[in-house]
Design a protein. Sequence first.
Length: 300
Amino acid sequence: MSARVVVVGSVNVDLVVTIGTLPRPGETVTGGTFARHGGGKGANQAVAAARLGAEVALVAAVGRDDLGSGALEELAAEGVDVSGVLRRDEPTGVALITVDRSGENSIAVASGANAALSGEAVAAALDAWLADEPGVVLLGFEVPDAAVLAGARAAREAGWTVMLNPAPARALPDDLMVLGPLLTPNADEARTLSGSPSAADAARALADRTGAPVLVTVGADGALLCDDGSLAALPAPAVGVVDTTGAGDTFNGALAAELAGGGALHDAAELAILAAALSTTRAGARGGMPRRDELGAERG
């Protein structure tokens, strides 16, 4: 079975400073090194899915600037279909990322063209792709609610799996939740979205609201899967962490690819956790994203 994934989300350019310690408010920390990488949760997730062999298309928006052109070239080189990426008069989105020696990071984002992605544009872009063999539509919260809702509705009507990574966390609209998306927040996002004090309680609360499974990622501890009223802890392997940037995007892209290929949710989640763990062993949001053969070698 072919694995078809359409990502509706963001494209950014990541400007990364690696430094000894993350600066506190008002503090300047010197001695860092600089790098520029392709980024944006939507684009990163598309790359993660493509590296695992999925047929991936991206619906997004970038500026009519050099950063946008470069971003599209990088995505196309990864095998991502970028024909659904719109060019807008807004600047291409930019993320300013600081990474410390332990691999922890802080991120500030200027959304730019991502905020100009409309629901009408998303619906039009999805029209052709969703007519083919069903797969997974992966949605993210770095684009407006109207774009997310349009993608979810189109996917549900076409019989595709709706997967929502609600990051960064914001209110979950009722008209989106009634579509029963598979939610994949991290622990902090899950607590914010549900108002529950723990990741486990948050997973249950969100699953009750959607009537669908919920996967809550919990960093180095792996993920919690809430499905049919039961909660399972899925551990992550121990790895030497270099940079955690993009680990969540790797998880989501890998999960979408596995589900689109017909994998069972539990098995797909375990593979996605492995992919996310491996992604932290190299620098950059996409630098450590594994390919299919790397996962096979790790699983023995």
